[in-house]
Design a protein around this ligand. Structure first.
Ligand code: ADP
Length: 410
């Protein structure tokens, strides 16, 4: 690997003209940075990923406009250096705005906002609610500010879409002062994904609106949302992204007394319990194999009992959650599956729907099987009580749209 590839090649320059007024979307995580440069008309994009940040193996995997793949080593694995290299790679395309995915927006933000000193300090302050993510987001904003102070930046919060939830859904049954004085409440996450796929489903269905969708975002992180007439009414993730569904390495819902019990019985510290619930549980914890559903499905097919149990638990918990979230909808139009698992695993979709069999849901097995690898479509039968859709999520596109809207250049 070498970083000599940073210099634009002739073919990159030749194709520059097709990427008109692009918006740069940055998703800065604790050990990775995902980026996408998206043209104004959303027809063209350049994408890439900086991974293993913080380690010597850190590198950028960059997909050029003409379909070539570059790999660039990041000496020392520093976030700042990775950001600098990404900006160098993209500079030639003259991006007009930068949109940042920010995980936690707290209570204040119900829509995307232009970055100023106050917004930046809020992103940093909300580190208390998203310790791994918000500091990395702030680094991304500052890196762009330092190199391109004149380019407008916008933050798009993962929590913003869920700000329409009513108190009955967002409050926890705790002493009221915890909410009033400390903002302890359900915030919800994956907002751009739930917003994107529910809006898309409403565009492509023949059903008359307003529509009531349950959106199931099933990836490494998993969450489900009840969306009615374009508004989030309830969602499975809570104060943090740990609540709700079983995930790749996260437990989702457990007894709130578990912390106390583990501390008393096993002498574990709060930090050890937090790490266990976030990094060692979910599909990984039950299968003992992996957080990756593909690996678990292979093992299950070969008769691995714990892999079979992990899949069964995952689907049971998604089905149970979707059933309970349906109570938030005045009208139930259908379910929209998305995320790596939701978009690809026909067996997971079928098992989840089997858990909800008493809803009168009927689907076409061939249509379900055909919806893999990024294809979009429905798979319910004509006599099904509700519609079933697979809609590949496009959080980057949604962030670019919201960025342009916030800047008035949509
Ligand atoms: P992230 O939340 O990190 O963005 P993704 O949305 O990419 O994650 O989802 C990752 C999950 O999707 C992994 O569990 C992976 O195994 C699963 N997945 C991806 N492709 C398939 C497939 N063809 N069959 C089953 N699971 C898949």
């Amino acid at each position: 690997m070498s970083d000599s590839a940073v210099n634009p090649t002739l073919s990159d320059q030749e194709t520059t003209a097709t990427l008109t007024n692009p918006t740069l979307v940055l998703n800065c995580g604790s050990s990775s940075i995902k980026y996408a440069l998206i043209s104004e008309d959303e027809s063209t994009r350049i994408t890439g990923l900086a991974e293993n940040l913080g380690l010597d193996t850190a590198r950028i995997k960059h997909n050029t406009l003409d379909g070539r793949k570059l790999e660039i080593a990041i000496a020392g694995g520093r976030h700042e250096l990775a950001l600098q290299k990404i900006l160098e790679l993209l500079e030639q395309y003259h991006f007009v705005a930068v949109g940042h995915r920010v995980v936690h927006g707290g209570r204040e933000y119900s829509e995307a906002v232009r970055v100023n000193e106050h917004v930046l300090s809020e992103v940093k302050r909300l580190k208390v609610l998203a310790p791994l993510h918000n500091p990395a987001n702030a680094l991304g904003i500052e890196a762009v500010q330092a190199i391109y102070p004149e380019i407008p930046q916008v933050v798009v919060f993962d929590t913003a879409f869920h700000q329409t939830m009513p108190p009955v859904a967002f409050l926890y049954p705790l002493p009221k002062s915890l909410y009033a004085d400390h903002k302890i409440r359900r915030y919800g996450f994956h907002g751009t994904s739930h917003a994107y796929v529910s809006e898309r489903a409403s565009q492509i269905t023949d059903a008359k609106g307003p529509h009531g969708w349950l959106t199931a975002h099933l990836g490494n992180g998993c969450s489900a949302t009840a969306v009615y007439d374009g508004k989030s009414l309830d969602t499975s993730m809570g104060l943090t992204p740990l609540e709700g569904l079983m995930m790749g390495t996260r437990s989702g819902d457990v007894d709130p007394s578990l912390h106390m019990h583990l501390k008393r019985q096993l002498g574990l510290s709060l930090e050890e319990i937090d790490k266990m619930l976030n990094n060692e549980s979910g599909l990984l914890g039950i299968s003992g194999l992996s957080n990756d559903l593909r690996t678990i499905e292979e093992a299950a097919n070969e008769g691995h009992k714990d892999a079979q149990l992990a899949i069964e638990m995952f689907c049971y918990r998604v089905g149970k959650y979707l059933a309970s979230l349906s109570c938030a909808l005045p009208d139930f139009t259908g379910i929209v599956f998305t995320g790596g698992i939701g978009e690809n695993s026909k067996t997971t979709r079928a098992r989840i729907l089997d858990v909800m069999r008493h809803f009168g849901i009927k689907f076409d097995a061939d249509k379900n099987a055909s919806l893999v690898g990024g294809s979009e479509g429905s798979f319910h039968s004509d006599d099904s009580s509700i519609e079933l859709w697979v809609v590949p999520t496009d959080e980057e596109c949604r962030i670019a749209q919201e960025t342009r809207q916030a800047l008035g250049i949509a």
